[in-house]
Design a protein around this ligand. Structure first.
Ligand code: ATP
Ligand code: MG
Length: 319
């Protein structure tokens, strides 16, 4: 009996060593087996059991790999914000689960709390949540809650301010003396200062002018590059997500209707239009050209459109 136990133990050790060797020899493989987030059969019902009951999410499942930039699109009321608020434990699933690094964030209180820091959520119109006397104190709020030292908080505040283009002088003023775009930057810096592995932004450019929008998108991209962070961005701007995201999730009526690269998703342009969604302007033009019988492929960026037109011009001049 004891011999058997020992044999099992030895074979367990050998297998474990073998697995470790495999992992050591192929770090990319290890990345593949450990998505940073996994959403499994997520359902959320608001006001369950009351006359106001509303199913906001139904059977939503997907995984997020480290370092991905994911765009989340969908019509108004499709469930985008509800979904995002589940990813850092702000909302609790009615059923289904959220795994962070393979562990259910609701399996223990410590994990739920940790998920709030490891997954940073920037709400829609986050500037309405600024409340401290100075910009510095507002950005420091999150890191302070994490129980970090004064020096570490200071380092993080200054670094986060740098990411969003807030100067040292601006750190000392009241956030209410800043412009709308600058307030938004401060609010984003407050989340960035917690150095989340996953940064979720719910319509970060809503209501900003084109210059303000470009600035915020550049800030997000620079944070992602510097920290190798994972980004999930909800947006109504199809051209922004088409340009920045490597993968798109399309929500429709509480369901995940599509999950693919921008190429795959925008190739289904007519379905998107039928769902009441917009498509990038350039995709719309090329859809029309296709319908008129021109031999062009579907595109979603200006660069792709230029290539297609150059190819077409080459074919015409060669004929
Ligand atoms: N606190 C709440 N109580 C009840 N119903 C809610 C609540 N919050 C949202 N809902 C409903 O749940 C559905 C999904 O809402 P959600 O805010 O997630 O959509 P959304 O895709 O983010 O929409 P938008 O593009 O307008 O921001 C909507 O029908 C909404 O009315
Ligand atoms: Mg929303």
């Amino acid at each position: 009996m004891q011999k058997n136990v020992r044999r099992h133990f030895m074979s367990y050790c050998v297998n474990k060593e073998y697995l470790c060797m495999c992992r050591r020899s192929d770090p990319q493989e290890e990345e593949k087996v450990a998505p940073i987030l996994q959403v499994q059969n997520l359902q959320h019902i608001y006001s369950a059991g009351t006359p106001f009951e509303h199913i906001a999410l139904q059977d939503v499942s997907f995984s997020v790999e480290r370092g991905e930039f994911i765009g989340v699109i969908g019509h108004t009321g499709s469930g985008k914000s509800t979904l995002m608020q589940h990813l850092n434990g702000l909302l609790k699933p009615t059923s289904g689960s959220i795994l962070l690094d393979g562990e259910d964030i609701w399996s223990d209180k410590k994990l739920t709390r940790q998920s709030r820091f490891r997954v940073g959520l920037v709400f829609q119109y986050p500037e309405y949540q600024l409340f401290e006397e100075t910009v510095y104190k507002d950005i420091a709020f999150g890191p302070k809650n994490m129980g970090l030292s004064k020096e570490e908080i200071d380092r993080r505040v200054r670094e986060a301010a740098g990411f969003v283009g807030i100067t040292d002088e601006q750190l000392e003023v009241s956030p209410f003396d800043l412009s709308g775009g600058q307030k938004r930057r401060v609010a984003i810096a407050g989340v960035i200062a917690m150095e989340p592995e996953v940064l979720i932004l719910d319509e970060p450019t809503a209501g900003l002018d084109p210059v303000g929008r470009e600035g915020i998108l550049a800030n997000i991209e620079s944070y992602r590059k510097a920290k190798n962070a994972t980004i999930m961005m909800v947006s109504h701007s199809m051209s922004d997500v088409a340009r920045l995201a490597q993968r798109l999730l399309v929500m429709s009526d509480a369901h995940l209707a599509m999950d693919g690269t921008p190429q795959e998703v925008f190739a289904r342009a007519q379905e998107l239009l039928d769902m009441g969604l917009d498509i990038p302007e350039i995709t719309r033009v090329f859809l029309k050209l296709q319908q008129l019988g021109l031999p062009v492929e579907q595109v979603y960026t200006i660069e792709q459109a230029t290539q297609q037109l150059c190819r077409l011009r080459g074919e015409v001049s060669n004929a």
